[in-house]
Write a protein that binds this ligand. Sequence first.
Ligand code: CO
Length: 296
Amino acid sequence: MEPKELESYRKAGKIASEIREWSRELVKNNAKALDIAEKIEAKIIEAGAGIAFPVNVCINDVTAHYSPKYNDELKLTKEDVVSVDLGVHMDGFIADTAYTVDLSKKYKDMLAANMEALEGAIELVKPGALVSDIGKSIQDTLTAAGYRPIENLTGHEVKQYDLHAGLSIPSIPVPHNLKVQEGMALAIEPFATDGYGRVIESKHAEIFSLVAPKPTRNRDARAIIEEVIDRQGLPFAERWLAKKIPPLRLDLAMRDLLGNGTLRAYPTLHEKENGVVSQFEHTVIVTKDGCEVTTK
Ligand code: CO
């Protein structure tokens, strides 16, 4: 890896880690999910970095890709298990990190096992390590504690302006022999659940990315393209656009852009049997004989 690239990954990681720790006090009973997301996103900009993807605030069986809508009234309660997933980038080099807070106080064991699964996975990361062995280690740790991994979500390689690049890091053993290689940047994110262990898509999406701009007669649609094109394919929230385009017109323009293939939607994912889900995540860079955690 080029020294400049490494420096950007480290800087993004340090900022992501500091903001993650700072954000913990926001996750409390009665807090609005929208406030949590907006405060974290503002903090990322304030730190001189870029937002790699809209902040996810996922509650209970909601597992991933839930970012609040512009007028979202959702509030945390003292019965909730809340996961916060945030991404920071420097020149497109990404740090992706997540944690879960158990406001219900009923899932202490699951969170502990989830953290242990992440730590165990990170210990296995080195050049030549089979991703299947990492997946097995995650599954073994979680099942030993009486929980299950989410089998159809994986960690992922990150590259410049590319959040899901190349190699996947599963949370179960897999029937192939793909290996970790030196110089890779990997976001490792096991999810634990007391449910079935799979996610399914819901109808709602708040997170989108630009695939390829297509011609459109809709002026708002053209304004959206202009607004997000500098993200170079990194995901954005519809909420960000609601500050500039009135809601009804925004919906129409988004439909237009999704219909003609300009945008891709990332629907909210929830646990198949509505099990409660937790998530812990770090980004690492694979070194000669192990890895460096950038988001420590
Ligand atoms: Co993440």
